[in-house]
Design a protein around this ligand. Structure first.
Ligand code: DLL
Length: 444
């Protein structure tokens, strides 16, 4: 898009200028930055030097982006094995911030930032928010958790960088969140989509009509959510819901973001280089094909990540976005490779179950997927919470609801699974990332 057209775009914000680089300029920049980061990692991180030596690759073997495929991959276990500081390329005196992501078991993974890393992070979060139409005129409530999790501070610095008024609410205390929204005239909110669903519910109970508040935009991420969930949120709150993506290992939020077209997520490619691989063969897949997203950091000084396997499944979208940005998009991430389970030979992702439930009844966002194993085979039960309106203690009414939802799920998955209808408010609400899958397979 020419400079002139950009100016015409009412959503254009100067902080987004790198989003519109001519593709050949962008590739040039990526090549230059990649070469620098490979050398930095090789010379400063014994882990990378060994990995590259094992593959017989030297920093000077990298000349063009075609050479990326020669580089070794990095995986989450590498961060655990080098806990806490083994992947740092900068001495601690240059590191100004640490974050950590807790795994389900054991030690967390630790990530580090120099001052310049924090500047890049803030810039990509400003671009994330600008893409969602947020500006200095907005009042932004950050309801991601503050702390070792990257969501709170990431969103905070992005909004502050744009000059917006920031309310660092953090997660939890939902009634107070709603009071702040109302009293302070909040226009934009950032949190996990599942927490916002909870906010919608509590607002209803408090008699606060979110449609009547100045709230217009939400930036949601940190967990998979479906298009059906986006529509549910937009309709129930009268806002536009934008998907934001990232992971601690790469920076936190600010890796990719939806724009006003709300179709996929633009990757901030001048700082993060995306590839899609086949998770089994590890071959790079052509654009348009779904596989595992692999990301390399192009400017991270404290902790460069080379070809990090995210486990997130998506594809690189081939068409140029109507918004005019030239940085490429990935399609919405609705599942991770390690989320998949196999029921009677059929691969199932939790997001397919969410789609089926919300297709059937768009106001039913609370569900749980329980996995068990008997005789070496996986079984699944889907527990769905009834709304107050549909709740009945008549057996026949519950049976007919159960039948309706099993049929809706069967239509999407192609197999029948057990469904149980639960009374209202029986599924715990999340204030951060929702835990929708309860895996009891290890206990059988
Ligand atoms: O969740 C960073 C973040 C904070 C992103 C706030 C967006 C907003 P981690 O805790 O390390 O970091 O978890 C990263 O969360 O690999 C995905 O599986 C998932 N994830 C993050 N954003 C999205 C999204 C933060 N928009 C992991 N859609 C990632 C789907 C997402 N999954």
């Amino acid at each position: 898009m020419s400079q002139y057209k950009r100016m015409e775009n009412p959503m254009f914000n100067p902080v987004s200028a790198p989003d519109y680089l001519p593709p050949e300029k962008l590739r040039e920049l990526q090549t230059e930055r990649f070469a620098f980061i490979i050398r930095r990692a090789y010379e400063n991180v014994p882990f990378y030097r060994k990995r590259m030596d094992d593959k017989n690759v030297k920093p000077e073997d990298f000349r063009t982006l075609d050479d990326v495929k020669k580089l070794p991959f990095t995986i989450k276990a590498d961060l655990r094995d080098t806990y806490p500081f083994g992947l740092f390329a900068s001495p601690l005196k240059d590191i100004v911030r640490l974050h950590a992501s807790s795994g389900t078991t054991g030690k967390p993974i630790v990530v580090a930032y120099t001052k310049s890393d924090l500047d890049v992070w803030q810039e990509t979060m400003m671009r994330t928010m600008a893409a969602a139409g947020v500006s200095k005129d907005d009042i932004v409530q950050v309801a991601f958790g503050y702390g070792l999790f990257t969501g709170g501070l990431g969103a905070h610095y992005g909004a502050e960088g744009l000059g917006a008024t920031v309310i660092p609410a953090s997660g939890g205390n939902t009634e107070r969140q709603i009071m702040l929204m109302k009293d302070f005239g909040v226009t934009a909110v950032a949190c996990t989509p599942s927490y916002f669903v909870h906010i919608i519910e509590v607002a209803e109970k408090m008699g606060v009509d979110l449609h009547k508040l100045p709230l217009r935009r939400g930036m949601f991420g940190a967990e998979p959510w479906t298009e059906e969930m986006r529509r549910h949120i937009e309709e129930s709150a009268g806002i536009r819901a934008f998907d934001i993506y990232g992971l601690s290992e790469i920076t936190g939020p600010g890796v990719g973001a939806a724009c006003e077209c709300q179709c996929g997520l633009h990757i901030f490619e001048d700082h993060y280089y995306p590839e899609i691989i086949d998770p089994d063969t590890l071959e790079v897949l052509p654009d348009g094909q779904e596989g595992e997203l692999v990301l390399s950091t192009l400017s991270k000084m404290a902790m460069p990540m080379i070809r990090y396997r995210t486990r997130d499944l998506t594809s690189i979208m081939t068409e140029r976005c109507a918004c005019g940005r030239t940085i490429r998009r990935i399609s919405k991430i609705s599942h991770r490779s390690d989320d998949m389970f196999i029921i009677r030979g059929v691969n199932v992702f939790p997001s397919q179950i969410e789609t089926a439930i919300l297709n059937e009844e768009k106001n039913l966002p609370h569900y749980k997927i329980i996995l068990t194993r008997s005789h070496g085979l996986d079984n699944v039960e889907v527990d769905i919470e009834m709304t107050q309106e549909m709740f009945s203690d008549k057996v026949s009414a519950i049976e007919s609801l159960t039948a309706r939802f099993s049929h809706a799920i069967e239509k999407v998955l192609g197999i029948r699974v057990a469904v149980k209808m639960l009374p209202p408010n029986s599924i715990p609400r999340s204030e951060g990332k929702a835990k929708r899958v309860i895996d009891r397979r290890g206990n059988n």
